[in-house]
Ligand binder design. Sequence first.
Ligand code: NDP
Length: 456
Amino acid sequence: MTHESAWVTEFMQMVEASTPGEPAFHQAVGEVVPSLEPVLEKHPDWREGRILERLVEPERVISFRVPWTDDSGRVQVNRGYRVEFNSAIGPYKGGLRFHPTVDLGVLKFLGFEQVFKNALTGQPIGGGKGGSNFDPKGRSDLEVMRFCQSFMTELFRHIGPDTDVPAGDIGVGGREIGFLFGQYKRITNTFTGVLTGRAIEWGGSLIRPEATGYGAVYFAAEMEAAKGGSLEGKRCLVSGSGNVAQFAVEKLLDLGAVPVTLSDSGGFIHDPDGIDRDKLAFVQDLKNVRRGRIHEYAEKHPSATYTAVDRGLDHNPLWSTPSDAAFPCATQNEMNGTDATNLVAGGCRLVSEGANMPVTPEGQDILQEKGVLYAPGKAANAGGVAVSALEMAQASSRTFWTREEVDRRLHGIMKDIHRNCLEAAEAYGRPGNYMDGANIAGFLKVAKAMQDQGVV
Ligand code: NDP
């Protein structure tokens, strides 16, 4: 990683020394700190108040045992976490991830990013993240229910509609939110907006499932529009095939673009004819109902090819597919330097991150050097948490907005985030740089609130 100054190097050394064994967290902090140097130069009071030193330290970290019984009667033990990172501008807010790679460092990276992202939405929400190393893949609905009930039996005492409001993330969709909410309600005897991503019938918001994917595409459309272009007719690479990827594809179709890839942890499909609405409906049934694998897409649609993951390769061939734009929507570090080089060679000129931290620092440097329009996740995928905040507002005022109303608000929020990123980047001497702009705009809001509230 290239640090820009002695101050950045020193700060990162402090972070790394005080949090050993948390490489994803170091990476997330390392992406932000260099952007903030010009801000701290203008605000010596924030430097004096050690705002940044406080900001990299979570306000609270909770770790707990999650015992449960599988279908064969065997006792299983997982580890659960909630990282309550920063509540300067509102209650902690951020998803729960159930995936075998989950550990404290991963959740701290996600929680740290969430603080900036939530500030960017303009909504009154602080940042948090949680989850477990539990793997729902291959588990029955009853096993998932027992796990969720055990997880919530500890988590409930730490969260609340005015304290900390979790939502979904990888491995936590509508099914899991239902089981978690049911157990919270049973233990506390309250029906509140303690989780977002709820179904419409029990307090959810329309457009919440769509919001992250739609938002990442709205953001890309804004980047195009700022250059006088549009997404119409553009060939788009999408990775992942879960919640974010599915609705990114849907919005790309709405805007006349041509999505041509999807993936899962087994491999990717390339459909040069385009993934149309019927094919998307097949993917949604495959992934959300049958819980199958993406290779089945190529078996069903002769226009598509399937490429299995080859662990011996130093790159992901998905990103070598010719394209105009790319939407990484699977997981962190899914596009490295070689991938970024291949992506640019294939014609790609725009990257909008649906996932959190999907591009490695080396990949980011290459995209920016080559003049690719690059939107970091904390800006581009903020639509999900923004609509979660709208879900909280609807729940607490017991109102219910139409689809059109929520979508209009989401679209407006994504346009505002886009504009704020550009304006912040311009104001601090990094014109056109969305990454610096997102880091600076998010930081300005949180830092001011922290300074106002004293040393807490
Ligand atoms: P889902 O669980 O619905 O889907 C995740 C997708 O990514 C699946 O296709 C999964 O494949 C693939 N994937 C996950 N881990 C890996 C891995 N290690 N290697 C390869 N593929 C992998 O999650 P979401 O769609 O909700 O989340 C996707 C990304 O978007 C994450 O980075 C998340 O943090 C981010 N995000 C999500 C938001 C939301 O509202 N849901 C909000 C903001 C960001 P497989 O099934 O084979 O594991």
